[in-house]
Ligand binder design. Structure first.
Ligand code: ZN
Length: 147
């Protein structure tokens, strides 16, 4: 189990040091900010949604390792997905880190965040990017806050 945990940390650390899709998206048609005051995480999620598909997704911001790695892995896993599929992955991830685990969604690498459920304060770090993505998709324009 401890080996497994080390592996998980390795993946999270890799995405923290080299965040994927960490840039502004000039042709984004959705853009939303999200804040987690408890930890100080700030994020902006950019989306290009066309024909019911997440054509492109990126983010910028500053935050802890968990929030940055989660945002990085989120962009990796949602890019190119249909909006319906992306929303299903969002729900699956939210359930995973809150311990509900009811989703039949195959979350692949995202399961590295399973351990977060043992640290309630970290759940907000892990889900910040996802809630921001979800709100942006729904056309929300007010910044998202976890508080
Ligand atoms: Zn955080």
């Amino acid at each position: 189990m401890s080996d497994l945990r080390e592996l998980y940390q390795e993946v999270i650390l890799d995405h923290y040091k080299k965040p994927r899709n960490f840039r502004a998206l000039p042709d984004a048609n959705r853009k939303l900010e999200g804040y987690n005051p408890l930890c100080g995480d700030k994020i902006t999620v950019y989306l290009k949604v066309e024909d019911g598909v997440v054509k492109d997704i990126s983010f910028q911001g500053s935050g802890c390792a968990i929030s940055t790695a989660s945002a990085s892995m989120m962009t990796d896993s949602l890019k190119g997905k249909s909006v319906d599929k992306a929303e299903a992955i969002f729900r699956g991830f939210r359930d995973l880190v809150t311990g509900k685990d009811q989703s039949a969604e195959d979350l692949g690498k995202l399961t590295v965040f399973t351990g977060v459920r043992e640290f309630p304060m970290r759940v907000k770090c892990a889900t910040l990017a996802w809630h921001t993505f979800h709100a942006a998709l729904e056309g929300e324009v007010k910044p998202v806050s976890t508080e």
